[in-house]
Design a protein. Structure first.
Length: 402
């Protein structure tokens, strides 16, 4: 190969969300001898993750603060086209807007596009206007390749629309275990020193309905009423904060429910927690479970669609409980909190399982997808052939390495 493949990752923003962080982690792990990644970011609003952009990956932010997508059409309509014309493969780093942008510029510049689905698309699209579903049904079947973070997320999109199976692959999210464990070794902030004296159930994520933190507060209140003394700490910020605070007051546990907001380094909290809890109503994958196990926390998770059961392999590496069931969650938390040998076994099982998510095992699968996309590029096959679409083209696809 005369030069590394140029890979253009399209982001809507650099929010402090799991999907964007996972994409940045992949970018940092790609072999620079073969791949030269660059980022095209629509806007920098709430650019929490900007510091996590690899320093050797060029970054272009298009919209200034306060500008909207219409300003892109007026002021910089050719920006993405110019970038795409100079690249070998386009990756829509997140579903919805990045994919809507990537698909047409891929067609116009004859550049292969890889879609990346991090979430349950049925739930995701249900939260948007109906035209999003129509647009998704137009675009996703026409993408040469789509990567899913879990088999459940893949099945969900296949249930929504007709997709060619040979163009689909599931690759679990990789986790830089060394980095996580180094960050976990840092001391807790002073305000959280009480975690060393009182058993704490920890959870983390955006404060939004699908994360199920209301169910966790209900489970916490049940346990406290049954005589299990412990604290509940939920790291994250979001629109559900007022509702969660009101629920804690209504249940009489406002003194033991802690909502400190977004924390840049959650790993020392995971290391110190007695149990990590994931009460989600749905997840695309649930990488936070892998992060918690990497920090030595035993985990209890709702068996929701679609990631937790895949990560915990049906309960071999942590406790799974029925989703939307705060009573069952309370029982499981009580069993783990009250049984030190059980916590030890769960820690050991989690430590073994996280090795399966090391970059050395999963990043090569992504690199194979990128190589294959570049190999099958319409540019490389001559100007006389049309871009790969649902009605034709080479059906070859790398197999899943998840």
């Amino acid at each position: 190969m005369s030069r590394p493949l140029r890979i253009l990752f399209i982001f809507e923003g650099l929010h402090g969300r799991g999907a964007e962080r996972v994409a940045l982690n992949l970018i940092s792990q790609l072999d620079r001898r073969e791949f030269a990644p660059q980022l095209w970011v629509l806007h920098a609003k709430d650019a929490t993750l900007r510091s996590e952009v690899p320093p050797d990956a060029p970054l272009r932010v298009i919209l200034r603060p306060g500008e909207r997508v219409r300003h892109l059409l007026r002021r910089r309509p050719l920006s993405l086209l110019r970038e795409a014309a100079r690249t070998d493969v386009i990756v829509a780093a997140v579903e919805i807007m990045p994919t809507y942008l990537a698909y047409p510029v891929g067609l116009l510049t004859r550049t292969p596009v890889v879609g990346w689905v991090h979430n349950m698309m049925d739930r995701n699209l249900a939260g948007h206007e109906a035209w999003h579903t129509r647009l998704a049904r137009l675009i996703y079947p026409r993408l040469p390749q789509v990567v899913f973070v879990s088999h459940g997320a893949q099945q969900t999109l296949q249930n929504l629309m007709a997709l060619r199976p040979e163009r689909l692959t599931s690759i679990h999210n990789p986790l830089d275990l060394g980095r996580v464990q180094a960050l976990a070794a840092q001391p807790l902030p002073e305000w959280a020193a009480w975690m060393a004296q009182r058993p704490t159930v920890l959870s983390a994520g955006r404060l939004s309905p699908e994360k199920g933190f209301d169910l966790l507060i209900e489970a916490h209140a049940r346990l406290r009423a049954q005589g299990h003394p412990h604290e509940l700490l939920i790291l994250g910020e979001g629109d559900e904060r007022p509702n969660l605070e009101a629920l804690a007051r209504r249940l009489g546990v406002e003194g033991s429910v802690h909502l400190p907001g977004f924390v840049a380094n959650p790993y020392p909290f995971m290391r110190q927690s007695a149990v990590y809890a994931l009460p989600s109503r749905w997840e695309g994958f649930g990488l936070v479970l892998v992060e918690a196990m990497a920090c030595g926390a035993p985990v209890v998770a709702a068996d929701c669609p679609s990631g937790p059961a895949e990560i915990l392999e049906g309960g071999r590496h942590g406790v799974l409980v029925p989703p939307e069931d705060s009573a069952a969650f309370a029982r499981a938390l009580g069993e783990v909190l009250g049984d030190e040998p059980l916590r030890g076994r769960l820690r050991e099982a989690g430590a073994r399982r996280v090795l399966d998510f090391a970059p050395g095992r999963l990043v090569p699968a992504w690199e194979a997808v990128l190589r294959e996309a570049a190999r099958r590029s319409p540019r490389s096959r001559g100007a006389g052939q049309a871009p790969v679409g649902p009605a034709g083209g080479d059906p070859g696809q790398p197999s899943s390495r998840a």
